[in-house]
Ligand binder design. Structure first.
Ligand code: NDP
Ligand code: 2IT
Length: 448
């Protein structure tokens, strides 16, 4: 079986040369599949792995737009519609200068299994642009979003493909994108995008969902050891949508969060992060995180080296910024400092070596992204349910649904791992459970 998987990986890598992030995401899943392919030889007969690794559709387009200085800008737009076996393609849009096909494909591939784990009827997709929103005026952001949507609108729809936010795309961008879609189609098709504003089809709890869901998942991990967040020290990286609401829920459960970061540095606040100040600096003012250190009255350290964050001794580490932000040396430092739980709030934040080290450490519970951060997309699916029924649910009801979904994702991962003889291996459990659900649907639907 080992050589079969190595051959499958080699085939995918050769077919998708020069896409390191995509290779990394594929290798992580395929390396888990040995036991399931042994149990289900029909999956190999059906060439299901090759089919799964090939996106159903990949769209790359030019995004021309004129900024407020009258300058013409040309960006590149992407939408990879990866797999629709379980429902319409579903997944975020990322606006960041690093965005390229490899990154969109890695994110889209992960999204297939994540969405399957939620138990909700959503396929997998991802998109975005190499547009850099940082330092741009609202007017420039709107001009870019409108041009981006002119092309994207040909490919999306409530029953086809439903984008949402990711890095660099939040409520403001979804607003401009939705407005332009509505104008082009002359339809108030609320279910075409999620992460909308409350008064025009958005869902309560969607802004908080990924961060809250991350903490609900980590809480369940602790529960397997009869432990809880109460009194624990936590490090969080990032200070965007996922990080901020992970900090909020961890604090609500009695933990002390001592770090946050952005792409320019890390703050270490041993007295515990002042969340109102962090929200003011990062969400309202969109300023650099150094401002937090400058304005906070307590003893805060600022570090320019991002990996310093993982040298802070903590019980729980939550990487919530971006891919490959936590390397092997950082993982080793966390383990040596006695970390108990590492849960990936961001997508693929641990390098392959770091993930292996954490997964194999007896003292650490390691939660992989596709399970841990599934609460964001799950709540997007709840937003779609509200749109379809023209209803809007209360905060409490929606948060309870999210919590139940995260408990179920956690339990499915654990049960699947145990069923395959690898008790406590959340990586194996998440990969096999997500994979099985999608390939069973693909096989039932024939060679399409
Ligand atoms: P945001 O844009 O709201 O925040 C991103 C944060 O990460 C910012 O603090 C940003 O710093 C930092 N960051 C981004 N890129 C880098 C980089 N290359 N190096 C260092 N720091 C960086 O994005 P989200 O919070 O939405 O997303 C964070 C992660 O969570 C991503 O991996 C995303 O794919 C994942 N995710 C998001 C979901 C969602 O619902 N939004 C759902 C599931 C996963 P700066 O301010 O300097 O740019
Ligand atoms: O990575 C992710 O799951 C997201 N960015 C959220 C996707 C969504 O459709 O809500």
């Amino acid at each position: 079986m080992h050589s079969t998987i190595e051959n499958l990986k080699r085939e995918v890598f050769a077919r998708n040369a020069g896409e390191p992030e995509f290779h990394q995401a594929v290798a992580e899943v395929l390396d888990s599949l040995g036991p399931v392919l042994e149990r289900h030889p029909e999956y190999l007969e059906q060439d299901i792995v090759q089919r799964l690794c090939e996106p159903e559709r990949q769209i790359i387009f030019r995004v021309p737009w004129v900024d407020s200085n009258g300058k013409i800008n040309i960006n590149r737009g992407f939408r990879v519609e990866y797999n629709s076996a379980l429902g319409p393609y579903k997944g975020g849009l990322r606006f960041h200068p690093s965005v390229n096909l490899s990154i969109v494909k890695f994110l889209g591939f992960e999204q297939i299994f994540k969405n399957a784990l939620t138990g909700l009827p959503i396929g997998g997709g991802k998109g975005g642009s190499d547009f850099d929103p940082r330092g741009r005026s609202d007017r420039d952001i709107m001009a870019f979003c409108q041009s981006f949507m002119v092309e994207l609108s040909r490919h999306i729809g409530e029953y086809t493909d439903v984008p949402a936010g990711d890095i660099g795309v939040g409520g403001r961008e979804i607003g401009y994108l939705f407005g332009q879609y509505k104008r082009i189609q002359n339809r108030f098709e609320a279910g075409v995008l999620t992460g909308k504003g409350l008064s025009w089809g958005g869902s309560l709890v969607r802004p908080e969902a990924t961060g809250y869901g991350t903490i609900f998942f980590a809480r369940e991990m602790f529960r397997t050891r009869n432990e809880s967040f109460e009194g624990k020290t936590v490090s969080v990286s990032g200070s965007g949508n996922v990080a901020i609401y992970a900090i909020e829920k961890a604090q609500q459960l009695g933990a002390k969060v001592v770090t946050a970061s952005d792409s320019s540095g890390v703050v270490h606040d041993p007295d515990g992060i002042d969340l109102e100040l962090l929200k003011q600096v990062k969400l309202t003012e969109r300023a650099r995180i150094r401002e937090y250190a400058d304005r906070r009255s307590s003893r805060v350290e600022f570090h320019e080296t991002l990996s310093d964050l993982w040298r802070v001794p903590v019980d729980v580490a939550l990487p919530c910024a971006t891919e490959n932000e936590l390397d092997e040396a950082s993982a080793r430092a966390l383990i040596e400092n006695g970390v108990q739980v590492v849960a990936e709030g961001a997508n693929m934040p641990c390098t392959a070596d770091a993930a292996t080290l954490l997964r194999e450490s007896d003292s650490v519970l390691f939660g992989p992204a596709k399970a841990v951060n599934a609460g964001g997309v799950a709540t997007s699916a709840l937003e779609m349910q509200q749109n379809a029924s023209r209803d809007s649910w209360s905060f409490e009801y929606t948060e309870t649904r999210l919590d139940e979904i995260m408990v179920s994702v956690h339990d499915v991962c654990r049960k699947t791992a145990a069923d395959y003889g690898s008790e406590g291996d959340y990586v194996l459990g998440a990969n096999i459970a997500g994979f099985t659900k999608v390939v069973e649907a693909m096989i039932a639907q024939g060679v399409v």
